[in-house]
Design a protein around this ligand. Structure first.
Ligand code: B12
Ligand code: SF4
Ligand code: SF4
Length: 363
């Protein structure tokens, strides 16, 4: 067995499906990325502007790079039951129902890198954080295609796959391209509450609930609040309707009911430190307690105004200005403008500006 096949086997033994992709994403994928950036669709994710040439052609940064292995890990595990007790109102995207996938995948990538070195090659593994077009590698890897919702999906496993890439100093191949199997379906496009799927496979992050609720750290413009519905963290609307996800099922890892159905009260009653400890190892910790509390206030103001009335007295006194700002707007939204004045006093002029312009829009 040649060294590359040994690495592929080792990845499969760790639960990944593996596809061969070329060292560089196809020129058309590079063009799509640069056009997306130029149109500003990356919203506040400034890191995506860094070194776009390297992202579309990683051989510039890694001169030893000859081929890429795409690793797919299914997370199509079943939905756990909602625990009893507590304020369990918001929906969490499926990827966040189990231990943070970065923490699960990265140790495997380090093991595969070490194995490559022992076999006389070089490998570098990335999941999410590298300057790489993971979906374009996946699409070029032949195991699946990029659907209208922009997600990479396979016929047998649907789109609930985490992706990682292993850059290698060995030639990969042969390559094949999977047929595009969306056909005449447009279910995902119509399901998106905020109209974020602006063209086939193109998502404008400025409109995506996944961006606002999990990546954006500041206050959320009030114009997006109703579109967020009861998505507390991330959004799966464009995957829930996909026919290719109906049959997909994965056994591992088991989802944690406390992550799939968190008790919203925790985001207001816990200190930042207690929150980090309680949710250690989850995707929530990367965003932090104030972001989860911000989202909870929006969900409650959209769908559970009575429960919002119960948490507002605490939220309006929260140590985080982000939470107080959001609480003030949420209070006004359910007719309690009399609670806003007190909050304004403790905010900087910029923070006040957000609240006052949101109130104007609510009129
Ligand atoms: C930035 C980012 C986001 C942004 C922007 C999303 C977007 N669509 O671009 C936001 C925060 C909105 C986001 C949301 C989500 N994300 Co995200 N995100 C990323 C990240 C870090 C970069 C993506 C990027 O570069 N976008 C720019 C666009 C232009 O590029 P692209 O999405 O890669 O699309 C390329 C391909 O579609 C290609 N293409 C299109 N058609 C074809 C055809 C062929 C033949 C080829 C070769 C290429 C090709 O062209 C595009 C440009 O190269 C990647 C990880 C990574 N490093 O790649 C994860 C990633 C794409 N996200 C992921 C996930 C799971 C999500 C969410 C489902 C999370 C959630 N539940 O809330 C949502 C889904 C939103 C959606 N419908 O896309 C997974 C996707 C897994 C999969 N099966 O596809 C990734 C790969 C993370 C991971 N390692 O698992 N995400
Ligand atoms: S994740 Fe939600 S908001 Fe983003 S494109 Fe999909 S359905 Fe639309
Ligand atoms: S919902 Fe339909 S159009 Fe969207 S990705 Fe799935 S099959 Fe393709």
């Amino acid at each position: 067995m040649n060294p590359l096949d040994k690495v592929v086997l080792a990845a499969r033994e760790r639960g990944y499906e593996v596809h061969h992709a070329p060292a560089k994403p196809p020129a058309m994928a590079a063009r799509l990325y640069l056009d997306w950036l130029a149109a500003g669709m990356h919203a506040g994710m400034k890191y995506l502007e860094r070194d776009p040439e390297q992202r579309v052609d990683p051989t510039r940064r890694f001169p030893w790079l000859r081929g890429v292995l795409v690793l797919g890990l299914s997370y199509a595990y079943p939905e756990p039951d909602r625990p009893l007790g507590g304020l369990r109102a918001g929906k969490v995207a499926r990827y966040a129902w189990a231990r943070d996938y970065h923490l699960r995948i990265e140790p495997h990538l380090r093991e595969l890198e070490a194995m490559c070195a022992q076999l006389g090659g070089i490998c570098r593994g990335y999941v999410d954080h590298g300057p790489l077009l993971e979906r374009s590698y996946a699409a070029a890897g032949g195991g699946g295609w990029v659907g209208r919702n922009g997600l990479w999906l396979t016929q047998s496993g649907g789109s609930y796959h985490h992706l990682a890439v292993l850059l290698t100093s060995w030639e990969t191949g042969p390559f094949s391209q999977h047929p595009h199997r969306c056909g005449g379906c447009t279910a995902c496009v119509h399901s998106c509450p905020t109209g974020a799927i602006v063209a086939d496979g193109v998502v404008d992050a400025r409109r995506c609930i996944g961006y606002w609720t999990a990546e954006h750290r500041g206050p959320i413009p009030v114009g997006f609040w109703s579109g967020i519905g009861n998505w507390l963290f991330g959004c799966d609307d464009c995957q829930l309707v996909c026919p290719w996800n109906r049959k997909a099922l994965a056994a591992q890892p088991s989802p944690d009911p406390e992550l799939a159905w968190p008790n919203l009260d925790n985001f207001f009653s816990m200190s930042n430190r207690a929150f980090a400890k309680y949710y250690a190892g989850s995707a929530f910790v990367r965003s932090g307690r104030p972001v989860l509390a911000r989202n909870a206030l929006i969900v409650l103001s959209n769908a559970y105004p009575d429960a919002l009335l119960d948490v507002l007295p605490v939220a309006l006194e929260d140590p985080s200005a982000l939470v107080r700002q959001t609480a003030a707007v949420a209070a006004a939204r359910i007719g309690r403008r009399d609670w806003v004045q007190k909050v304004l006093r403790g905010l900087t002029s910029r923070e006040r500006e957000y609240v006052l312009s949101a109130l104007d829009l609510l009129e």
